[in-house]
Structures are given as C-alpha cells and as structure tokens.
Design a protein around this ligand. Structure first.
Ligand code: APR
Length: 260
C-alpha cells in the first residue's frame, strides 16, 4: 500500500471510528510481533516451523494433570523459542496506541487472542483474553483465576481453594473449551459492537474468527490492520495494509486531529 493510500485509509478509518457507539478491537499475534514474539502462521510462524500442536493437548492434561505439572515445573514441553520471546517482550507502540484509544473513549473493549499480558502492561483495562493469560493460573471447574506468584503450589496437581477443582495454567490449550465467562464476554461485546478493528489476526481460529462475521451480519463495520491479506479482507470497509504499530500510531494522531 503506498504511503498516500495508507494516509487515505487512515482518514477513512478515523472517521469510521469516531461515528459509532461501540468500537471493539479483535487482536492477534501480529500486534505482538513488533515486541519480538513470533506469530503462529505465515512464513516465520511458530506452527509453520514446528508444526501445529495436536488437539489432544488438553485430553493429555486431563488424563494425568500431575505429570503435566511435573513437566511444567521441570521447564519441559512447550517451545523454548516462544517462551524466551514471551519472557523478554515489552509492550510496543501499537499496544500503547490502543491504551490511548481506550482512555480517549474511542475504543470500548479489546478481545485479545494473545496470552502475553502486554495489553495490561501497556495500561489497557477493558480486555477479554479469549485464550487466557500466561501470567495466571485458573481452576478448570469454577474458572477462578490467580496471578502465578500469588498461588502457593504445595501439592500436584494443585487444587482450587474455592471448589477443589484442578488448577492449571490460564492459557487455553489446544482441544480445551474456551472458559464460559470469557466466551460470554466476547459474545456480549460482539453484539454491542458496530465497528470492529481486526488487528494482526489471520482470522482462521474459531470461535474468535466468528465475531467479525457476526458484527457484519448485525450491520457493523470492519477495519482490518494487517500487512497481509486474510480471509476477512474482502469484508472489511477499510484496510490498513501496514504493520500495526505504525498504523495504530498514525490512526491515533488522526483521531486526535478530529477531536472537537
Ligand atoms: N502488524 C499487524 N499484523 C501483522 C504483523 C504486524 N507487524 N506481522 C504479522 N501480522 C499478521 C499476519 O499477516 C497474520 O495475518 O498477523 C497475523 C498473525 O496470524 P497468526 O499467526 O495466525 O496469529 P493469530 O491470528 O493470532 O492466531 C490465532 O491461533 O494458534 C492459535 O492460540 C493461537 O491465539 C492464536 C490463534
């Protein structure tokens, strides 16, 4: 996209964002790519390089949560490359732009597929983490959640002090149902939404990829922010075909100009 085209698209996006009542951002790995966290798909994607985990991850956990915990404590399993990137990542200009959009009343809510906790560290507050958060633990029965360092692990598998259920990392595993409270919040935000920003997601993983389709079906508008085409590109009212950090910073500058 030429710089002029991008400027024109940013103008269109800014006027689309200032009109509606309820703007929601659906965020994917592309937003955190500029924080050094690899994406999953695409040429340099983690799954492209190492293969996608199979859907029996959660089944294996449920069958033997004790050994799953033993492996986790031993630091085994999982992808070292991803873990290192997650541990050293800092929020980038895109995360900070979303925080400002929330503070300025342009953005009502973030639905993120990312588990990296970078939205919170950037200062955003209205967030639903549909795939969980790597810095938390969760009860598999009542969905109570605790910051990792506030939950003493004195038995394996650890048990929920509220209901006695088995506790695991809050990150949603392949094959694990999305926690009901998070899914309900996403559906509620989707029904209220009349403009959805699709930021750095390939929009191929469900149920998250369903939300933009529902927004459209309910008469809402889509704005895609992604350097590459996705299955939703054709449905987007406006497309910013550029990295999220760059596009969101320019978008916020434009929104400030439009402020009465
Ligand atoms: N800015 C914006 N978008 C970017 C950038 C960038 N700097 N770099 C890459 N992208 C785009 C890619 O073009 C791609 O469309 O980000 C998207 C990343 O897609 P995926 O790797 O598929 O990530 P995501 O959509 O978040 O995956 C969804 O799949 O594997 C599961 O649980 C995992 O939450 C993840 C889910």
């Amino acid at each position: 996209m030429t710089p002029t085209d991008l400027e024109r698209a940013i103008d269109e996006a800014a006027s689309l964002i200032t009109a509606p009542k309820h703007v929601v951002a659906l965020v994917g790995a592309g937003l955190s790519a500029e924080s050094g966290i690899p994406t999953f798909r695409g040429p340099e994607g983690i799954w492209t390089k190492h293969g996608e985990p199979d859907l029996r991850d959660y089944e294996r956990f449920a069958a033997d949560p004790k050994s799953w915990w033993e492996q986790r404590i031993a630091g085994a399993g999982g992808l070292g490359e991803l873990r290192t990137a997650l541990e050293s990542a800092e929020p980038n200009a895109g995360h900070l732009a979303l925080r400002e959009m929330e503070e300025s009343g342009w953005l009502a809510h973030i639905i993120t597929q990312n588990i990296d906790n970078l939205h919170q560290r950037a200062g955003s507050t209205r967030i639903t983490e549909i795939h969980g958060n790597r810095t938390r633990l969760r009860c598999t029965r009542c969905h109570a959640r605790w910051p990792l360092d506030e939950f003493p692990i004195d038995e394996l598998p650890p048990r929920c002090p509220e209901c006695g259920g088995i506790v695991k990392g809050d990150t949603v595993m392949f094959g694990e149902p999305i926690p009901k409270d998070a899914l309900d919040e996403c559906v509620d935000q989707t029904w209220k939404c009349d403009c959805m920003l699709l930021i750095g997601t390939s929009a191929v993983v469900y149920p998250a990829a369903q939300f933009p389709l529902d927004v459209r079906r309910l008469g809402g508008k889509l704005i895609e922010i992604n350097p590459n085409e996705t299955p939703l590109s054709a449905l987007a009212e406006v497309t910013l075909r550029a990295p999220a950090g760059q596009s969101l910073v320019r978008l916020v500058e434009r929104l400030r100009d439009l402020r009465p």
